[in-house]
Design a protein around this ligand. Sequence first.
Ligand code: UTP
Length: 290
Amino acid sequence: MRVHTAVIPAAGLGTRFLPATKAVPKELLPIIDVPALQLVIDEAVGAGIDHIVIVNSRSKPSIEAYFAESRPVIDKLISSGRGDMAERLQAIGRDVQISFAYQDDPRGLGHAVGCARETVGDEPFAVLLPDELMGTSELLSAMCDVCVSTGGSVVGLKRIPRDDVSAYGVITPAGEVDADGVVAIADLVEKPAVADAPSDLIVIGRYVLTPDVFEAIADLRPGAGGELQLTDALRVQAASRPFHGVLRDVRRFDTGNPVGWLAAVVEIGLEHPTYGPGIRAELERLLRRD
Ligand code: UTP
């Protein structure tokens, strides 16, 4: 058994980024010259995934347009001597199969994942939230290995200051974190008050799930915010099956809000081989003005 499919839920409204996201899905907002969605696909492919299921809304057709062939643009690039860029465009979606499932009413993350059920089939699969960037495939790759070896679902974990946990899903560990960063999980809670938080280990937007999660999703009732919460389906799994977390000190950007997106653009931009030096010079010039 190996994990070869990843679900990317991209049907949300992106309300924290309005009005920009009125016309441009937040999943396509650029991180320098590449859409955030592409970086998340690259992360999945780096972890051995060869089939991506994007859960989209029919009101966001530009997500599908990103994967469609753009022959006139490619021909123009080739005829004007920009074959390297033509090749980059042709490579989009070439190393991985891209499928679409639809969620036309954004009823929550649990519901969005449930919309991929038929396309995923009866096998373990990864879920990557496209508004969280990790910059490395190592975490997802380790999570896939733990799913295969334990036969149970796995979530990505990060340790953060206890005072900051109430914006996240937080786990109750069932034991110590081992030398590989793996920890058994007894339970999870969505956005607890700091005083009630069971630990300082938060669930970050990477999951590797066994397919029985679809049954728990089908039974979901509206939870926090009136939405069908993935965390509630994971609680059912954690109560009845092996359920683990993989803890890593990853650099994680939340590109779903303007400040997090800008932090990602600046930090990733500074490392960019072409644009990095120019971005650094601009930032230094701006900071000197103070
Ligand atoms: P978010 O809650 O961050 O996205 O969900 P959102 O709802 O679009 O954003 P805000 O809170 O209104 O600003 C994480 C990911 O899950 C998808 C989103 O598109 C996002 O990529 N999602 C969320 C769905 O596909 N369907 C949903 O019902 C909710």
